[in-house]
Structure formats: C-alpha cells, structure tokens
Design a binder for this molecule. Structure first.
Ligand SMILES: Nc1ncnc2c1ncn2[C@@H]1O[C@H](COP(=O)(O)OP(=O)(O)O)[C@@H](O)[C@H]1O
Ligand SMILES: [Mg+2]
Length: 340
C-alpha cells in the first residue's frame, strides 16, 4: 500500500539538464519526509511535479491516493503548498492574502474571514494583519506563506525550504509551528538544505543530488554513515595527551583519533552537550589544561562528503531570484567542468 505521497521513477529534463533522474519516494501517512540536498539538487522540481505545477517526462506520482498526472485538479484540492513558488501577494494585506486563498478554494466569504483571523492569530500576525505583505519581514512572510497553505487544512502538505534565509529565532518559531501541524496528523514533505532541520522535523530523510536520491534513512542512520557526533579536544600540553586519551576513551563509543602536531584528540560519542560537560569535568579533575573543546555534529556537508566525495554547494542568503539564478549558472558550470 503506497503512502500518502508516492513517486516512482520521476524524470524531468530541462534542455540538457536532468533535473530529476529517476526519483522514487514513499511517505507513509502522518509522517514527515525531509528531502535534503544542496542547491540545484532537484528539490523544487520534485515538489513542483508532486503538486501538479510541472509535468514530468516520465514516472508516476500518487498524492493522497490520487494519480497526479491523471487527476491534477483533485490533487490540488487535497494538498497545501508553501515555499519558494507559493503565492503571497505583496500588495494585499496579510488578512486579504488569506481570505483570497479561501475564496480560491470556494469557501464562503464569512468562513474565509473566520479562517483568516484564526490563522493570523495562530501565526502571530494579528497585529500586522492589515498591513500589506510588502512591509513584512522575512520571518513574517514565511509565516504568512505557511498560513496561506493551511487555509483549507489539507491532509498532505509540501514545504519548499520553509526556513532558508531566516534568522535562528524565526527558524525555531517556524519549526514549532510545523511540529504542531504534524502532531495534528498531516503528512508532510519538506525540502531543506540543512541537516539540522531535517533532523529536527523529519521521520525519514532522502538525500538528493543531481536529480537522484543518493541515500535514505533516519537522521541517525545518515549520521552514523558519516561518523556521527564527535568530541574534539585540543590539550594545552603535549605531555597530557596520553591521559586525555584515556579520559576520552571512557566516554567514547569508538576509537579515539590523535593528531600529535595540533594536540587534538577526537572521539565519536553520543549524548550531546550533557556528555561534553562531563568530559570537561573529568579532564579538569585530572588536571589537564585544555585550549579548546567542542562537540562536533555532522553537517549536511559531512553527509555529502561522505556520500559523494564532494562538498555540498550551498547558498545561505535569502533565497531571492538573484540567488537562485546565480546558483543555476554555478551548477551548470560545475557540470560542464565535471563532463570534461
Ligand atoms: N524551469 C527551469 N528551466 C531550466 N532549468 C531548470 C528549471 N527548473 C530547474 N532547473 C534546473 O534543474 C536543476 C534542479 O533544480 P531545482 O529543482 O530548482 O533544485 P533545488 O530546488 O534542489 O535547488 C537545476 O540544475 C536547475 O538549474
Ligand atoms: Mg529549490
């Protein structure tokens, strides 16, 4: 029995770019799939195909039990979409934007008004409800965009990089909102460039690159493939390295590696910040002076390097059109380079 979002062998080419090169997905009802990958990997194209905005060259897609290629209109009624391509009208107020979506879905105007008010309240936009979206900050826009996708409480939702370009506070806030939504039973496909985000929100993760799913699993499984969490210590005195190594061995769940010339020791651990505090206490108790210590978690780059042998290209600024365009050219150049 296929899940709430199902895709098989999706292929989409743009000229000589294979944006999707045989993507398979299966997202069980009520779960969150994180589609994780760098710029140009094919995330948005996947979302556009699954949300009926783009026809694939070949492949099959079923969303909420409905065939995407055969019955696009019915699929549209069953889903919500937020992100890079979702429509927030700059010249309408927050309230008008939400009411307009309700009207598009043929809600009665009274019901659309009530729903708009409820969402504005819930997304902390009530105070800004009557200002045009043009005056909103990045974080407010994202919240409005997400609210717009929720006007009709769809059972299946798609979010394309919902937090790219947001500051950490706004990102946290949005994570909270997304978690609430999922707790309510929504099936969600979320794209992101941040392992941390997929880690936080997704049950399963598909890592995509060059239009292909190159790895899938839970975040723990992916991290384990990259070596997982590590404690790194730089001791002050070379003479203390042996003792430090002993201490770390007591906390580690694997071999401690030692870099003599930098006096750096690294050990794989699990237990996060709490464990780090214990390591510090123990080193201190043994009179070992440390120059630096930290918990290192695998990043998307670590995952990528470990899976593909190359680093993920990533753009961190607000993902405006300029950034997207610049990226497209960058990727093309990189591909040409690789094809040589
Ligand atoms: N409309 C389009 N025309 C031409 N190329 C496109 C178009 N949309 C996407 N692409 C290309 O397809 C690839 C995948 O793009 P996209 O799905 O937007 O990646 P992501 O969302 O992961 O950054 C990129 O190489 C991109 O340049
Ligand atoms: Mg994209």
């Amino acid at each position: 029995m296929p899940g709430a979002i199902y895709a098989e062998g999706l292929v989409k080419t743009f000229g000589d770019v294979r944006a999707l090169d045989g993507v398979d997905l299966d997202v069980p009802e009520g779960t969150v799939l994180g589609l994780l990958g760098p710029n140009g990997a094919g995330k948005t194209t996947t979302v556009r195909v699954l949300t009926t905005l783009l026809r694939p060259d070949s492949g099959k897609a079923v969303v909420a039990g409905i065939d995407v290629l055969k019955h696009p209109n019915e699929v549209r009624r069953a889903i919500g979409l937020s992100g890079q391509f979702a429509a927030v009208d700059e010249y309408l107020t927050g309230r008008e934007n939400l009411q307009m979506v309700g009207q598009l879905y043929q809600m009665r105007s009274k019901a659309a008004k009530a729903r708009a008010d409820e969402l504005l309240e819930r997304f902390n936009l009530a105070d800004a409800a009557d200002r045009t979206a043009k005056t909103y900050s990045g974080g407010m826009r994202r919240r409005l965009d997400l609210a717009a996708a929720l006007v009709v409480s769809p059972p299946v939702m798609f979010m394309d990089e919902p937090t790219t370009g947001l500051d950490p506070r706004n990102r946290q806030q949005l994570w909270g909102i997304i978690q609430e939504l999922v707790a309510g039973g929504t099936t969600l496909l979320l794209t992101t460039q941040y392992l941390e985000e997929a880690d936080h929100l997704a049950h399963d993760i598909c890592v995509v690159d060059h239009g292909k799913v190159i790895a899938r699993g839970t975040s723990d499984q992916l991290k384990a493939r990259t070596g997982g969490e590590r404690v790194e210590v730089v001791v002050h005195e070379r003479d203390h390295m042996a003792t430090a190594r002993e201490v770390l061995a007591g906390f580690g769940k694997g071999e401690t590696s030692v870099e003599e010339h930098t006096r750096k020791l690294t050990v794989p651990v699990s237990g996060g910040a709490k464990l780090l505090a214990e390591v510090i206490r123990e080193l201190d108790g043994r009179g070992i002076e440390i120059d630096d210590i930290g918990l290192r978690r695998p990043t998307l780059d670590d995952v990528f390097i470990s899976l593909t042998g190359h680093a993920a290209e990533r753009i961190t600024e607000e993902n405006g059109d300029g950034a997207a365009a610049a990226d497209t050219t960058g990727r093309k150049a990189a591909r040409k380079e690789a094809a040589k």
